[in-house]
Write a protein that binds this ligand. Sequence first.
Ligand code: ADP
Length: 238
Amino acid sequence: MRERSANRQKLPEQTLQTEKLAELGRLTAGIAHEINNPLAVIAYAMELLRRDAELTPFQVEMAVRIEDEIERLKTLTESLLSFSSAREGCRRLVALNDLLEEVLRLIRFELQRQAVQLEMELGELPLVAADPNQVKQVVINLIMNAVQAMHGEGKITLRTAHRGDAVELAVSDTGPGIPENLRERIFTPFFTTKAEGEGTGLGLHICRNIVNEHGGTIVVESSPRGGATFKVCLPVAQ
Ligand code: ADP
């Protein structure tokens, strides 16, 4: 009984929270566009300068710094834009194991460069109805977070399994793990423990948005001995 009334009180709060997030999304997208326009002009001006001017070594050094910062800003605006997009995407029937193989073809080189070992334990799975690009985005995000947490040394294990009316993907690493008091906070927008310029704190929030829009869940498990496991569940296609 008590639980029920607590739930009822929670509802308007949740709606408010959703509205606030939607507003934040619109604001963020607006800012990202406003930054993108002058940024494109700066990038083009820089390209012309590089092409037509005889630059001294000092000027070349400064040009490289400007170009690096332009790239950094571009990455930031891209993640701000994907954070704000609550698009439905285009769904079709997806074989999760095949999608994992595709993702690995894209990032295997990066894993090898970082000397990260990869293990796969793929179960037999039914199809899910999903936007393959969005699911790839989730998988890449989880794997790259694991690589970064392990500082390029350790093992990542990808497991898939059929669990009732859902398929589960678990991404485990041998990194430091995540303290219990942060296990929910890491999914909130702009939460990051990474150095400035390395993390936006939007990755996991976007992952959760995507997974929830697919009717699924994403949670993290971690033990004090270290290592984190992110579990993504997606409903089996009807
Ligand atoms: P970002 O990677 O930009 O910081 P995320 O939302 O992807 O943003 O991650 C938020 C935070 O969650 C990270 O800064 C890090 O502290 C923590 N985190 C994510 N994945 C892992 C992991 N595999 N092991 C340890 N910490 C992690």
